[in-house]
Design a protein around this ligand. Structure first.
Ligand code: FAQ
Length: 311
């Protein structure tokens, strides 16, 4: 049922040849990439908010400088990813309109509040940890600009993950109150972090085709299991308890078994009804509106320069 063009395209993918912007590609491949890359970009931009909440209250000057740099990195990732999406023929204005109007999705994880300083540690450890688990394989994705963006982004994400684990270590080895704060953050961020990997394979509508096209390299459940296997020993090292009574090493499988995810919560959050969805969008739209004068000034300057060049 594939056309000769589609057959040739699939052969190139199967041979691990990268697809570059000006080459022919099936419309559905283009659409899927625009969807995934733009959702990823929006996640980076919205993801600045939960951590940005603690920049003014970081416990030391050093932690503040590190957090500032991390949040700035997320902005950079977002802009980098919007550029990758633009190579597919969509404009940045269109993508931002989709985000600001609430039409576009972004990662469910950024709709949870950051209640204490320990949440900053937990985000670096768990959220960046999950992000890396998902993005390292994407360095081998079939679309050139996206795969190359992932290489740079993963380098920065692994630094982020280490700073989060370092902040958690400090708290876990601190006073009983600090250790309790770290435990509370783990309790609240654990399950939402597992949800970052998306619905179970049985429910994932896009996985099969995206894996054939190497837009995705691993399935949602594969990556979720790898994340659990990697993270549980890290929690043990910190002396913290993963909030899952069903968590158990399964020697036969060579993996941890874990409890059932509350999919109802996941679908509520991606439908816009999570604890912070409305606040995140409101903050985002306000920042966009308050930046209008900068865009106007840049346009006016460009117009003036163009007029001079012609005159
Ligand atoms: N949240 O059929 P699938 C970061 C949607 S890391 C919201 O399985 P797919 C770094 C999905 O879009 C976070 N929506 O979909 C950072 C689809 O809806 P649609 C960003 C979700 O695409 C750290 C529907 O459910 N990372 O930002 C979620 O094959 C710290 C059906 O699902 C990426 O975006 C979710 N968790 O697989 C920044 C990585 N899961 O579009 C700041 C690239 C699923 O039909 C601070 N993306 N949905 O309306 C991917 O790998 C994939 O898109 C998945 C989803 C795995 C997320």
């Amino acid at each position: 049922e594939m056309s000769p063009e589609e057959r040739a395209f699939q052969d190139r993918i199967d041979a691990d040849i990268k697809i570059e912007p000006k080459e022919w590609m099936p419309e559905a491949y283009r659409k899927t990439l625009i969807r995934q890359i733009s959702q990823h970009a929006h996640s980076e931009i919205i993801g600045m908010q939960p951590e940005g909440n603690w920049i003014t209250r970081a416990p030391t000057l050093e932690r503040k400088a590190i957090l500032l740099a991390k949040v700035q990195d997320e902005a950079g990732h977002g802009l980098y990813l919007y550029c990758a999406a633009e190579t597919l023929g969509v404009s940045r204005d269109e993508l931002l309109e989709q985000l600001n109007s609430g039409k576009a999705k972004y990662s469910s994880i950024f709709n949870y509040p950051t209640l204490t300083w320990a949440d900053i540690g937990a985000i670096g450890w768990l959220v960046d940890g999950a992000a890396i688990m998902n993005q390292v394989p994407l360095q081998r994705c079939s679309y050139g600009p996206y795969s190359r963006a992932m290489i740079r982004i993963c380098k920065e994400e692994s630094f982020h993950q280490r700073q989060g684990y370092d902040a958690m270590t400090k708290l876990a080895r601190g006073t009983p109150e600090q250790k309790q704060m770290a435990q509370d953050a783990l309790n609240r961020w654990w399950w939402p972090s597992l949800m970052m990997f998306g619905p179970s394979d049985a429910e994932s509508v896009h996985s099969a085709q995206s894996m054939r096209w190497k837009i995705k390299i691993n399935s949602n459940d594969e990556l979720r299991q790898k994340f659990v296997d990697q993270t549980v020993p890290q929690a043990e090292y910190l002396g913290l308890t993963v909030p899952d009574p069903d968590l158990k090493w399964n020697a036969e499988r060579g993996h941890y078994d874990f409890g059932a995810i509350d999919w109802d919560e996941f679908y509520q959050v991606i439908a816009g009804n999570g604890p912070c969805n409305r606040q995140r969008l409101r903050t985002r739209v306000k920042a966009y509106e308050e930046g209008q004068w900068v865009r106007d000034a840049a346009d006016a300057y460009a117009a003036k320069k163009a007029a001079r060049a012609h005159g």
